[in-house]
Design a protein around this ligand. Structure first.
Ligand code: DSN
Length: 417
């Protein structure tokens, strides 16, 4: 058999280039990570050759002797790690997983309540451009202007007024602990299903660095590739037998065909890794690193949404620095610091040219960096952004890039050759 380099040297070379880029960059995008070599190996296997519509023991194709065992292992590991009685490991990614929740519990036109996208929610929590905002009736909560934190009184008032059938908590740019018990109380009061979308924090929950939604949320959705450090995929979990049946039916045959078995195997590997003491230490360090990064940035005059962080993520409002998010992210990227520009709550600018930067510590923590390196990264960010505000960034970018290369050389990224 010919190797990739023989069959398609162009793609092989591009993959190598991306590997080099990932090795040489300080990756601060909070939804990204470096998976282990073991997870990569499981992903690139012959399991991709097999169709397996259905669930273990009840498939629509023969030849499931091995696949059934793999999917069952993934399910059992998810159940043990998160402390639930049911897990579905088939959703292709976070958006299809969330869509399955709608399919399981709502009819088109029903009301869903979620955090507005500009406040840190996700597209699939009922945002207007998403199918979930077009096909259902969305109600949105946000954060308080003075604290940058979710206003649970507002959430309760909106829930009582609109009586949603489904409430989402969780999101993509929330730097603070999600109060699952408070959301559960509101959902119970209005008779809504509470879905906790823990995509961003799943690894922290698994590692004991963020409270668990288990026992509070009716259903839990998560991607597997963010803090959880698995392949790109998703899971749905619950401890309610009826909810489990509804979710399974919604995933298949409701929304999907054959599961991606190579991904299922890699999820199983990641879940095994996530049940170790090393992973718990990683999860705790992710939070310590984010706090160190936030403190140093704040000390250097960066305005942080909510004033800091409880988790892996820091959301910066650059307005006071006189620079917008997009040019800052572009300049930082050229300096070897990979971030993403992001809206901040009450952002007067447009989503494609917003005021904020979203950063996080999963990837740098997976490389073994600690608080000292976080303070150094904050200093580099300050230097680049300050120079950019003075329209004099080229020299600084070049120098910082050199220093970043020295740092990445000392902390090899997992999984890369
Ligand atoms: N795209 C993901 C993120 O970056 O947070 C959410 O789906």
């Amino acid at each position: 058999m010919s190797s990739l380099a023989n069959v398609d040297p162009e793609i092989a070379e591009l993959i190598k280039a991306e590997e080099r880029r990932q090795a040489d960059t300080v990756k601060l995008i909070p939804s990204e990570n470096y998976v282990s070599r073991a997870v990569l190996e499981a992903t690139g296997t012959v399991l991709t050759n097999k169709y397996s519509e259905g669930y273990a023991g009840k498939r629509y194709y023969e030849g499931q002797q091995v696949i059934d065992q793999i999917e069952t292992l993934a399910i059992e590991r998810a159940k043990a790690l998160f402390g639930v009685t049911h897990a579905n490991v088939q959703p292709y990614s976070g958006s299809p997983a969330n869509l399955a929740i709608y399919m399981a519990f709502l009819n088109p036109g029903d009301t869903v309540m979620g955090m507005g996208l500009p406040f840190g929610g996700h597209l699939t929590h009922g945002w207007s451009v998403s199918a979930t905002g077009k096909w259902f009736t969305p109600v949105r909560y946000g954060v308080r202007r003075d604290t940058g934190r979710i206003d649970m009184d507002e959430v309760r008032a909106l829930a009582l007024e609109h009586r949603p059938k489904l409430i989402f908590c969780g999101g993509t740019a929330i730097p603070r602990t999600i109060d699952f018990p408070a959301f559960a109380e509101i959902a119970r009061e209005v008779g809504a299903v509470l879905a906790a979308d823990i995509a961003h924090i799943a690894g922290l929950v698994a590692g004991g660095a963020h409270p668990s939604p288990v026992g509070h949320a009716d259903v839990i959705s998560t991607t597997t590739h963010k803090t959880l450090r698995g392949p790109r995929g998703a899971m749905l979990m619950t401890s309610d037998d009826e909810h489990a049946k509804a979710l399974n039916k919604a995933v298949f045959p409701g929304l999907q065909g054959g599961p991606h078995n190579h991904t299922t195997a890699a999820i199983a590997v990641a879940l095994r890794e996530a049940s170790t003491d090393d992973f718990r230490a990683y999860a705790q360090q992710v939070v310590r690193n984010a706090k160190a990064l936030a403190e140093e940035l704040a000390a250097r005059g960066f305005e942080l949404v909510s004033g800091g962080t409880d988790n892996h993520l820091v959301l910066i409002d650059l307005t006071s620095k006189g620079v917008a998010g997009k040019p800052a992210a572009q300049a930082l990227d050229r300096a070897g610091l990979e971030t993403n520009y992001n809206t901040v709550p009450f952002d007067p600018r447009k989503p494609f040219d917003p005021s904020g930067l979203r950063i996080g510590t999963p990837s740098v923590t997976s490389r073994g960096m600690g608080e000292a390196e976080m303070r150094q990264i904050a200093a580099w960010m300050d230097e680049v952004v300050t120079a950019l505000a003075k329209d004099d960034a080229e020299e600084v970018i070049t120098r910082v890039h050199g220093e970043v290369s020295e740092l990445t050389g000392r902390f090899p990224a997992p999984g890369l050759s």
